[in-house]
Design a binder for this molecule. Structure first.
Ligand code: AMP
Length: 484
């Protein structure tokens, strides 16, 4: 985690198109009103007790005020009835209000802010390098996912929707920005690079959405996020997050103006459609129990703490005949995309991942999430768990717990508002099969395809992207964890 002030006190300061620094009340942007003018947002204690918003009884997007062109385009994708988060936020968002929304991933947040942004952008045209709206997301995967959801809709309105994320060609992104982008989906690190290089100018951004704001805060992106927001003029801002905790409060207070707040879920996970289990195992039995769970029928995600553990377990499972793929921040973007695509499309039923995959990623039909290593805290528990039971489906969440880990895990699940059923299991046990569908792996190793090797890490070059050379390099911030 890096939490240092993004750009403060480093090198000479320019007044325009510089990320960070400047007047602490106006964020260095002459267009921004001083902070004191803004109506403060509710305090955290209030945020955390936002009552669940009553969902208006609407059956169509038209009733919420969405243009018929957009609803027709949605209908093509089989989306006709608004999800609750969309029904509660869209009328306010379409009316231009700032929106603070709490909804878990999988609840339809992307369209909640995406439809509002596109409607507000409809009819306008972007100038070169000057995006008119930005969506900030914590991870590249989420950026791609948001882009997949919004690009066809943007196209239907004749709007340009583009993505800037680390790991992909900086030059190509700069080229796209130069041709004019209405809606820019970005991770904070790469967007900061473009701003610093002058390939993206933020002073015409009229609409901003922050997705998974708590994750951005957790990953150390706050300085960059603040610096980016400081460069955008006062416009409409929407902030969505599955959890609204301390870190997010700063953003809310500083950047949202008299926001309407909506929550469509309690602070805990969607426990109603999720079964939570703690499987008590001995240290010796753990590897076999994990392998049997991975060999089950059905889409499964196994979470571990470190990249190294992920790689090791993936290799082990593949050697036992389990089609498992590894996802973590040490993989090239191409490898990450391939694994996710294969997992989505079904040829790879088991994803072994670090927490980089825990947030924002939507894959239908994940029926089992396994915490192979206990999550770091209750928030991480909920986010990992949120990969199952999405969009109304049901799912099982299992935490594999050895004797030493018991206390910590029980404290954590309690904090998460979850009451898991505890069962002692060993390899082949009936209970293990009943709870997870575990099977003995067939033992036939999966033939390894050629692995794409990541080039040696070098903070100053490579990776398909810009690494701070050129002008203003003194302001290069370090990327957050997911960008690594
Ligand atoms: P999100 O929470 O934005 O990741 O959305 C989760 C999933 O729900 C995505 O696959 C969306 O395509 C789908 N979805 C979002 N809104 C609707 C809707 N109103 N009707 C049906 N599916 C939806």
């Amino acid at each position: 985690m890096h939490n240092r002030s993004a750009f403060a006190g480093r090198g000479p300061r320019k007044t325009r198109n510089r990320v960070g620094g400047g007047n602490p009340t106006t964020g260095g942007n002459p267009n921004r009103r001083p902070r004191a003018d803004r109506t403060s947002a509710p305090e955290l204690s209030v945020l955390d007790t936002i009552p669940i918003s009553p969902v208006p009884a609407v059956d169509t997007f038209d009733e919420l005020g969405l243009s018929s062109r957009l609803s027709a385009e949605l209908a093509k994708a089989g989306i006709t009835k608004p999800f609750p988060i969309q029904a509660v936020t869209l009328p306010d968002a379409l009316a231009g209000r700032d929106v603070l929304g709490r909804a878990q991933t999988g609840s339809g947040k992307t369209l909640a802010f995406g439809l509002a942004l596109l409607s507000r952008l409809d009819g306008g045209k972007a100038r070169p390098k000057h995006p008119r709206a930005i969506v900030l997301v914590p991870t590249r995967e989420l950026a791609m996912q948001v882009s997949d959801a919004l690009t066809p809709l943007a196209r239907a309105l004749g709007l340009w929707c583009r993505t800037v994320v680390g790991g992909l060609s900086f030059t190509k992104q700069a080229d796209q920005l130069r041709r004019g982008v209405d809606l820019l989906i970005a991770t904070p690190g790469r967007l900061s690079d473009h701003v610093r290089q002058g390939t993206c100018v933020l002073d015409e951004v009229a609409f901003t959405a922050l997705d998974e704001a708590d994750q951005m805060a957790d990953m150390g992106f706050m300085p960059q996020v603040r610096a980016i927001l400081d460069l955008t003029p006062d416009g409409q801002r929407m902030l969505f997050s599955a959890t609204l905790d301390n870190d997010v409060q700063q953003l809310v207070t500083r950047y949202l103006r008299d926001p309407v707040t909506h929550s469509v879920q309690p602070a805990t996970a969607s426990v109603t459609t999720m079964d939570h289990h703690v499987l008590l195992v001995s240290k010796e039995d753990k590897p076999a129990v994990v392998a049997e769970m991975a060999a089950r029928d059905g889409r499964t995600i196994l979470f571990l703490r470190t990249k190294h553990h992920v790689d090791r377990l993936t290799a082990k499972l593949r050697s036992l005949g389990v089609r498992a793929g590894a996802l973590h921040g040490g993989k090239t973007q191409g490898a990450r995309n391939r694994v996710l695509d294969d997992f989505r499309e079904g040829s790879l039923p088991v994803l072994v991942a670090t927490d980089v995959a825990a947030r924002g990623i939507h894959v239908d039909g994940v029926s089992l999430v396994v915490h192979v290593d206990p999550p770091a805290d209750s928030k991480a528990y909920l986010h990992r768990a949120g990969r199952t039971a999405r969009a109304g489906e049901s799912g099982t969440v299992v935490t594999v717990v050895t004797h030493q880990e018991r206390r910590t895990v029980f404290r954590m699940t309690e904090q998460a508002g979850v009451r898991p059923t505890s069962t002692k299991v060993s390899p082949g046990a009936d209970d293990l099969v009943r709870i997870t569908g575990a099977r003995i792996p067939n033992g036939e190793p999966i033939v390894e395809q050629e692995q794409v090797k990541r080039p040696p890490r070098n903070r100053n070059a490579g990776g398909g992207g810009y690494r701070g050379q050129g002008r203003n390099k003194r302001f290069t911030p370090r990327r957050g964890r997911s960008e690594a």
